[in-house]
Design a protein around this ligand. Structure first.
Ligand SMILES: *Cc1c(COP(=O)(O)O)cnc(C)c1O
Length: 382
């Protein structure tokens, strides 16, 4: 059999650094011990740096959707109104969770690839003065858009409403300052910007948000944040934590603190810029109105079979990128530059894209995209 190397450039799970992978192999230690408390103490500190917050960051053994559910269950009570900025598959998930918890959903909807503007949020808040909270994404992974959380935070801050932000793909890759931007609840998962395998959720709540947590009448047990607070105050966890993932988190947070958050954001911006330059050089079009730094979404050009393109890249060339979700299936491809990634991840992905396009007869000058990317990547990120 031929040797074929695999490369993953999907927006989660993302590649795991070798020292993080190795940390997962450490033997079990019991979680109710001073030794494990020391690990919790260390990661609790590192998570505040990752989140750029003064408030505690709680961790759960779940994927990111678990902490999305935690946000709804702890901030909202049945019958209360939540405004959801619907601009992709993941923002639609906020509405689905809200419905399951009996909330009154007010969607502010735009076409896939576009973003909800601060003015639209302002209008929705004026029309729904009893709104309990606004739910949005930092980065809408299904379309590749980054939202203007800072500007929307200013609009929400003029009202009594809370602001909850799903940063599952954005945290680590896109600048985000929850404490100064008026974010009352920020959350992320482990398998994207945090460079871990899947299985951990992270969530922080502002003091204003915490009042809602105390008052919520929603049914909750595993994701009742009051239990997580009580435990974390004692450097403990309420239930058996994902011990191996926490060993790995400790390593990942060391890497993050060494690079610094500013360094992480600059690296992601640099990789994104190079990818966009390659797209342009290949005469392809960006899909996102406000392209973010976690992934580049590209329109599938006429005459190209989008699903086949992604399949050729993955199954024949060993390069996994993502296709489009839902109604975007076959119409978009998404190349992630998220987490543990460097310049040659980008040149590899672009090279594979050129080959896959050529195999479908799309007019492509081999190397044109790679060359454009290298014009950005030959220097280090600023
Ligand atoms: C990946 C992702 C999710 C879903 O997270 P899971 O870990 O798959 O539950 C939700 N929101 C955003 C923005 C994402 O990128």
């Amino acid at each position: 059999m031929k040797i074929r190397k695999n490369y993953i450039l999907a927006p989660g799970p993302t590649p795991v650094p070798p020292e993080v992978a190795a940390a997962g192999a450490w033997p079990m230690i019991h979680h109710r011990t001073p030794q494990f408390c020391a690990i919790i103490k260390e990661v609790a500190q590192g998570l505040k740096v990752l989140f750029q917050t003064q408030h505690p960051v709680y961790f759960t053994a779940s994927s990111g959707t678990g902490v999305m559910e935690a946000a709804v269950a702890n901030l909202m009570s049945p019958g209360e109104t939540m405004i959801v900025l619907e601009c992709g598959k993941f923002s639609e998930r906020w509405s689905e969770i809200g419905k399951s918890f009996g909330c009154n959903i007010v969607p502010v909807k735009v076409e896939y690839g576009k973003v909800v503007s601060p003015a639209q949020v302002e209008e929705a808040l004026q029309q729904n003065p009893k709104t309990k909270a606004v739910f949005m994404q930092l980065s809408e992974t299904s379309t590749g858009c980054v939202l203007d959380v800072e500007a929307i935070g200013k609009v929400v801050a003029k009202t009594d409403a809370l602001l909850a932000v799903d940063g599952i793909s954005g945290v680590g890759a896109e600048p985000c300052y929850p404490d100064t931007w008026g974010i009352d609840c920020l959350l992320t998962g482990s398998q994207k910007g945090v460079m871990l395998p899947p299985g951990l959720g992270f969530i922080s709540v502002s003091p204003k948000g915490w009042k809602a947590v105390e008052q919520s009448k929603s049914p909750r047990y595993y994701f009742d944040l009051r239990a997580y607070k009580k435990a974390l105050d004692a450097s403990d966890s309420p239930y058996t934590p994902a011990i191996s993932l926490l060993y790995q988190l400790k390593e990942a947070l060391k890497i993050i603190q060494n690079e610094t958050m500013e360094g992480m954001w600059a690296r992601h911006a640099w990789l994104a810029k190079a990818t966009r330059a390659a797209v342009k050089a290949l005469n392809l079009e960006l899909f996102a109105e406000r392209p973010g730094n976690i992934l580049t979404s590209i329109k599938i050009p006429a005459g190209v079979d989008g699903e086949k393109l992604v399949k050729t890249m993955r199954d024949d060339l060993g390069v996994t990128i993502a296709g489009g979700q839902g109604s975007m299936k076959g119409k978009v491809m998404r190349i992630a530059h998220l987490g543990y990634m460097d310049r040659f991840d980008i040149t590899t992905a672009i090279s594979a894209l050129e080959i896959a396009l050529k195999r479908q007869g799309f007019p492509v000058k081999l190397g044109a995209g790679v060359s454009a990317a290298e014009e950005i990547l030959w220097e280090d990120p600023k």
